[in-house]
Design a protein around this ligand. Structure first.
Ligand code: ZN
Length: 55
């Protein structure tokens, strides 16, 4: 189950910066390098893990 919600994402010179909000309410930023573009984001960000609750 994916409890993270992507609230915004934008491209930078190094990759795609994704802001997501966990079910616990914590906001976190993840940089997805261009090398894995199409894998990380297409998966819906389920590999983004919250350091607070581990989801
Ligand atoms: Zn969390």
């Amino acid at each position: 189950m994916n409890t993270n919600t992507i609230v915004s994402q934008h491209t930078t010179s190094e990759g795609i910066v994704v802001w997501s909000r966990c079910a616990c309410g914590r906001l976190q930023m993840v940089l997805v390098p261009y090398g894995i573009h199409g894998k990380g984001l297409a998966a819906g960000g389920h590999d983004i893990q919250c350091p607070q609750c581990g989801r």
